[in-house]
Design a protein around this ligand. Sequence first.
Ligand code: PGA
Length: 264
Amino acid sequence: MGTRKRRKLIAGNWKMNKTPSQTKVFIEELNSELEGVHDRDAVICVPFVDIPAAVRTAKARCIAVGAQNMHHEASGAYTGEISSLMLQDLGVKYVIVGHSERRRDFNETDILVNRKLRAAFSGNMIPILCVGESMEQRERGVTEELISLQIKEALSGVEARHVRKLVIAYEPVWAIGTGMTATAADAQEVCSYIRAQLRRLFGAAAARSARILYGGSMNSKNAKDLLACPDIDGGLIGGASLSAEEFILIMEEAGRTPGYDGKS
Ligand code: PGA
């Protein structure tokens, strides 16, 4: 018990960028560079319409395809929406849930995030749950309270066996797309706090297995320090993930920092 290693995970969040043809070219480049990689995971979260091209092209064993959102119901009268059933049928393994851009632009509440998260688990997909504070909240000193609430609400009713597979991305809102990265020390502090919350709510085994990523202006230059932190198991990369070269450099960096060995 507790000896499973947490593999490093580098997840790209393309947001509303790249067409299906561009997706094919990008993933072909990744295939050749990451062909022999077996000790860490790469997930590319692409726009819905790019999913078939991404799944068809991804050949390297470490590459999985993710979605950036989904509806919480499996089917029904929800015009314009996409369900976990559809994503799973296409071969999608991961789904980003509760990204701050969706919380901000589409009024995604913690309750909705919880529904989506549970739908992802019942659809056998791995959710990448995003949490994080705004600059104003950081300055007011409420980061921990806010994150604790986001986690508690998002994971309400979720079983510990599912939490073991969960990925949480700590993304301070003020660091997303701004070029202002959190320092490795600040990011580690919050990620360790997140793990402590998981331990409190779901027990030590679940907290040891869940992977916690940092996200917010991460790139090939600052990845080294962030990935060296004991509670940071990878990154959720926006802007820098649009360049195959950058993405590959970050994957290489992840290969240089060993994953958690399961001893504590
Ligand atoms: P960024 O985006 O790397 O461009 O800051 C991260 C994200 O939004 O997930």
